[in-house]
Design a protein around this ligand. Sequence first.
Ligand SMILES: [Zn+2]
Length: 406
Amino acid sequence: MTESDYCKRTAVTRLAVEPRDRERLLAMVREWKRGCQIAVNSAWGRCHTRNEVQQLAYDELRERTDLGSQHAVLATHRAAEAVKGAIDRGQADDPGAKPEFTAPTVVYDTRTMTVFDDRTVSLTTTDERVRCDLVTAEDGYQSRYLDDDRWEPAKSALHYRDGEFDLHLGFRASRPAVDPPGEDATVLGVDLGVENLAVTSTAEFFPGGELAHRHREFVDRRASLRATDTRSARRTLRRTGDRTDRHARDYLHRVAGSIVDEAERHRCEVVAFGELGDAHDRLQDAGEFHEWAFERLYEFVSYRAAERGITVVQVNPEYTGQRCTACGFTHPQNRDLDRNHFECLKCGNEANDDYNAAKNVAFRCVRRGPLSSPGVGAAYCALSSGRVTPDGDFVPNAELSEVPKT
Ligand SMILES: [Zn+2]
């Protein structure tokens, strides 16, 4: 199986850390940052694939840091991603753009982390392994993965912030076999983001600004209430938290309803999302809150779509933001994230970048599996004006309405 055969999820979980283990974890964070930096310093201007950076920097990491063998490997891979990121942003020749590892995080995988059935986790450090309790949230959304054998622990990240350790616990499950859409099936593509929470391939935009704004306000409020730390402050905090949560869920339900309506209006048999677990790496501003929001939105859409016989799938979102839907040319600099704008360097095609990505998500769904084999028929991507095949065959909506639905 390859990476794309798995669905991925992240469950953010606080760790209850014993005082003596804090020092071990903090030392681990320091060594990890140092290791990643050493690897980047070696690789910068020379290479950027995981294998190359590992070849180049592994021995040096083992000599100069206290990282164990597996963490030395992981640090070279993390460094490779960072260098590749700079190249993708067109900054390969800018010495000022060399990645600096300042964030207090450590990457863990299943060789350096073990999750036990009693809700504890053991983590490799530069000293002994530490074992601590996972403090799961009240709504227990982590339990869905922890207690379900279909989900297995995967690549995770330890974060240190405000004196606390959080584990962004990664899970993966084999992707369930989805019946490929029928021969004439139409797919509604959906791209998720921060500025626009969701954009469909039919050019429906669901803004995300208000949601993000309310969450930020809550975070600020929480910080000041925590500083007070009286009983009434704690009560206010809980109420504000509940209200913010309710508002977010209401909005996500409304957006989910509109997405499913849109799919029905355009006679789509399938709604395709980009892989959710990938959001954190792909979106610069997507933090825990947005990971949570994307998960909920996907969940709400799945419920409602199932009632109406519409299939909801996740597809590999790689390059969906960079590919031109007009000519297929794929380049990181086609997309200007700051301006929310897409302009193809090759053919000049211009569009809103999220809308362009939503169409690519639909095309990715259409092209995958047996559908991409010649002679197996075609499926369509839904657009506001009609539907289109990946090869550009277009059926306008007027005509579409005369085609009986099978
Ligand atoms: Zn183009």
